[in-house]
Design a protein around this ligand. Structure first.
Ligand SMILES: *[C@@H]1O[C@H](CO)[C@@H](O)[C@H](O)[C@H]1NC(C)=O
Ligand SMILES: *[C@@H]1O[C@H](CO)[C@@H](O)[C@H](O)[C@H]1NC(C)=O
Length: 229
């Protein structure tokens, strides 16, 4: 009985601790140019700072850049990410994600992908299959991966494909959801006006603020849970 309690306590403690060697919880912003050459991840970092989590978490990914010269409140914000301009969910799932998960392991992945797939005429079914493959790769790397999947921001010149992915995501996410590895949805689409796109594809600063507002509350919740606070 005693041993059992001890093991249960150890396991509860284990699940509350971050897994990085520096003890920090690892958050990977994963996506295409809407992750790479935008400012929402900088603004989300401001929210992490405001919630007093910045010493306990870090962004991870093979990239470390600020191509838009974003100026959030926090001067020393963490610029790591796994955003790749022009890349398809399908190719990331099939060729890259497994390696990224090994080179920069994560505890939380937040991703928005599919815009380039839609833009190159890929089917909704193929895109959703890539999403499933990505979740499987994430969980193989970390069975307790916490996942934020974004509804994709509008793509006014090809709305049908984006709308189809966004329509498919809720049932897809619910079907793969688990207590050990929760998937939550950040709705980055509803109420996002075309006027908040700077070039018909990428968010301007107002659009970045919308994305920030949809992702931050979910991320802060997952951080809180992960740190056992
Ligand atoms: C963060 O820490 C500061 C200084 O200790 C404190 O004033 C503030 O209330 C904290 N904020 C939150 C959200 O816990
Ligand atoms: C997944 O489960 C969690 C609870 O563990 C819940 O908060 C979340 O909304 C669920 N996600 C989906 C997409 O149903």
């Amino acid at each position: 009985m005693r041993l059992f309690n001890l093991l249960a306590a150890a396991s509860a403690l284990g699940s509350a601790l971050a897994q990085g060697s520096d003890g920090k919880l690892r958050i990977m912003p994963l996506g295409d140019s809407i992750t790479e050459i935008t400012c929402w991840r900088a603004f989300v970092w401001d929210d992490i700072v405001a919630a007093n989590y910045s010493s306990k978490v870090k962004y991870v990914g093979s990239q470390n850049s600020n191509p838009q010269n974003c100026k959030p409140k926090t001067a020393g914000w963490d610029m790591h990410h796994e955003g790749h301009s022009g890349w398809l969910a399908i190719n990331i799932a099939n060729q890259y994600l497994e390696r990224w998960m090994q080179s920069t392991p994560a505890d939380i992945v937040m991703f928005m992908l599919g815009t380039n797939d839609v833009n190159t005429g890929r089917s909704t079914a193929d895109i959703m299959a890539a999403y499933t493959k990505m979740v499987n790769i994430m969980r193989k790397a970390n069975p307790k991966m916490k996942i934020i999947v974004d509804l994709v921001i509008p793509l006014p010149f090809r709305p049908d494909g984006i709308n189809a992915i966004n329509k498919a995501i809720p049932a897809w996410a619910a079907g793969l959801n688990s207590t050990e590895s929760p998937i939550v949805i950040a709705d980055c689409n509803t109420g996002f006006p075309a006027s908040d796109l700077r070039d018909g594809v990428h968010p301007n600063l107002a659009g970045d603020e919308i994305i920030r507002g949809r992702i931050s509350p979910l991320l802060l919740n997952l951080i809180k849970e992960s740190l056992g606070e």
